[in-house]
Design a protein around this ligand. Structure first.
Ligand SMILES: Cc1cc2nc3c(=O)[nH]c(=O)nc-3n(C[C@H](O)[C@H](O)[C@H](O)COP(=O)(O)O)c2cc1C
Length: 383
């Protein structure tokens, strides 16, 4: 089993976000520009709030990489919060000169109430600073490293927005990824309608959720396993996606839609190509059978709820007085589905990279390359 682990630290308005990766093999090229590109993609999308105008997320690699190559030692990375300057005296480890005003008006749909009660905080800021999706910056940075490693084996990831509110794109594969990245809502069609829906929600003081899809191509057969519940790749992907803030559902392949059809119209016929290599005629399984990649693209859909900080706040209760109040409002996004897709890509990349190391793991790129090449040869046509 791979020893690859990662974790993150950092508050939304703290000094910086910090990431650690342990178990990265040596010899993998790391391009910081590519990490920054994905950080920028996460900051974009029509419907984001003013925070994104302040931040210019830029990666600092502190250890584990030398001369643009991994060393095999732990990788530590950092992204500074530019907004930190505006939070002097209200955030940070030192004793404050004057106590900042406490946040006590709880936001329905946020971590505020359960977090404050669980950790015995009388200031909801102590909860929201870490519950905030600012943390997804760290995931995107780690994911950007994972996807660079995967791309050496021709594994590539993309995502697109399928739906925002009631507006749905009917696009089918093959998707035009340049067009998706050129759309302000990262959608393959219906951009104008989605933008109009977000603008209408903003005008109404409301927010909108939606659905995005992540597609990973170029995967070998056999990442993940059927032999134990916690090694099944679909289960690992679901956990990773569901752990993203505001994510309330995951579907692999045709998913819910398949429940309405007979099996004969769901399962993907297996056939050999001209070279005798096995494949599938369709990909309704979303590239996973028995908890393992089956050689087809992995396709994961994620459901994102409308975010909970509303310009026109819902009724709520005050943590201190327990009286009825309007929920707290703090500078916020209107729709985060386009950005969420970038975070989803990162989480899928991390899960696939972990599974890849489980299967082919070694201490260096050359060792992993030998393992990979030997295995791929062994799964090809038998004479
Ligand atoms: C990319 C992204 C940006 C987000 N931005 C906001 C925001 O500006 N305001 C907000 O209230 N929630 C935002 N959220 C959602 C909250 O972080 C999330 O709803 C909250 O932490 C509670 O967790 P839960 O929705 O998973 O239960 C965002 C989520 C994502 C994925």
């Amino acid at each position: 089993m791979s020893q690859f682990t990662w974790f993150t630290a950092g508050e939304s308005h703290g000094e910086a976000l910090v990431m650690m990766m342990e178990g990265m093999p040596a010899g993998f090229p790391i391009d910081m520009n590519q990490i920054n590109t994905h950080l920028r993609r996460r900051q974009g999308g029509h419907g984001r709030g003013d925070r994104q105008k302040i931040e210019r997320d830029t990666i600092h690699i502190l250890s584990g990489v030398r001369n643009a190559q991994t060393l095999g030692s732990p990788i530590a990375m950092l992204v500074q919060n530019r907004d930190w300057e505006n939070w002097q005296g209200k955030m940070g480890p030192q004793k404050f000169d004057t106590e900042p005003e406490k946040v006590t008006r709880l936001r329905p749909g946020h971590a505020d109430m359960a977090g404050a009660l669980k950790y015995a905080h009388d200031d909801v800021r102590n909860v929201l600073e870490r519950a905030s999706a600012r943390e997804t910056t760290s995931r995107v940075a780690v994911g950007a490293v994972a996807r660079q490693c995967l791309s050496l084996f021709d594994i590539e990831l993309h995502s697109f927005v399928r739906r925002i509110g009631a507006i749905e794109s009917d696009a089918q594969p093959p998707y035009d990824w340049d067009a998706v990245e050129g759309s302000v809502v990262r959608a393959p069609s219906h951009t104008e309608e989605m933008v109009a829906a977000i603008d209408a929600a903003r005008a109404a003081g409301d927010t909108l959720g939606g659905v995005y899809e992540v597609v990973a191509e170029g995967l070998p057969v056999g990442l993940g396993s059927y032999v134990q519940w916690d090694r099944k790749l679909d289960g690992l992907l679901a956990q990773a996606i569901m752990s993203i803030q505001a994510h309330k559902g995951v579907v692999v392949g045709a998913g819910w839609e398949a429940t309405q059809r007979p099996g004969s119209q769901v399962h993907d016929v297996i056939e050999a190509d001209a070279e005798g290599d096995l494949g599938h005629r369709t990909n309704r399984a979303g590239g996973i059978e028995g908890g393992m990649t089956n050689g087809e693209p992995v396709v994961v859909q994620a459901a994102v709820k409308p975010i909970s900080t509303l310009l026109k706040p819902l009724d709520s209760a005050d943590l201190a007085t327990r009286q009825k109040v309007e929920a707290h409002y703090e500078r916020s996004d209107i729709s985060v589905v386009p950005a969420a897709g970038v975070v989803g890509e990162a989480m899928v990349a991390i899960v696939l990279w972990t599974a890849f190391l489980d299967k082919f793991g070694g201490d260096s790129l050359s060792e992993i390359r030998r393992n990979y090449d030997g295995y791929v040869r062994s799964t090809a046509r038998r004479e």
